[in-house]
Design a protein around this ligand. Structure first.
Ligand SMILES: [Zn+2]
Length: 196
């Protein structure tokens, strides 16, 4: 009996230690295993976008590590700008709006966002306005990135919210998806102009 209690206590302590380590990693701006899993999910969503002829970007909003709803998915989306002819249909924009609807609250402080590409100024603006607690992204966007490439909106001290930012999580597959999509697009355009 005594052994069973001490074994139970041992596992409880190990679980607590694991949770503390995950929280410490999350606070230090390191991706946790959960963040990696969510980024894989975002990559799968980006692949769905590519299959529909959309620029392959995917996003997931979920309960942050160390919160009561750790790992719970509130919303996920992929880029559907062409299909819906709507300039606000960026993956992370749709996922954040979806998460706020799901939660019945516009404040998403306890949520993390995993998105395959560095958010643009529009999406960075929404991240600030929705108080998303953590932003995990894959590839930098040198043409429109508003987290570190062109602007650093999420770290601007003049604004009233600065989320934890973890760049370059699963960067290689995220950028490969984009580069092969644009390579195929250029190839198709060349074929079309060749046939004309
Ligand atoms: Zn955007």
């Amino acid at each position: 009996m005594k052994h069973r209690i001490s074994a139970g206590l041992h596992w409880l302590l190990l679980a607590r230690r694991g949770r503390a380590a995950r929280c410490a990693r999350a606070a230090a701006g390191q991706p946790t295993d959960l963040d990696d899993r969510m980024m894989n999910r975002a990559i799968a969503l980006a692949e769905q976008a590519a299959a529909r002829g959309e620029v392959p970007i995917g996003a997931v909003v979920y309960g942050s590590p160390g919160t009561a709803d750790e790992g719970r998915i509130y919303a996920e989306a992929f880029n559907r700008r062409e299909e819906l002819r709507d300039p606000s249909q960026h993956a992370e924009f749709t996922a954040i709006v979806g998460a706020a609807r799901q939660l019945g609250d516009w404040r998403l402080n306890h949520c993390s966002l995993a998105v395959t590409l560095e958010p643009c100024p529009m999406c960075a603006g929404l991240i600030i306005n929705s108080r998303v607690g953590r932003v995990i992204y894959g590839a930098d966007d040198p043409k429109a990135g508003a987290v570190r490439s062109l602007y650093a909106l999420l770290g601007d001290r003049r604004l009233n919210h600065r989320p934890v930012v973890i760049p370059h999580v699963r960067e290689e597959p995220c950028s490969r998806l984009l580069s092969s999509f644009f390579a195929r697009l250029r190839e198709r355009r060349r074929e079309r102009s060749g046939n004309a």
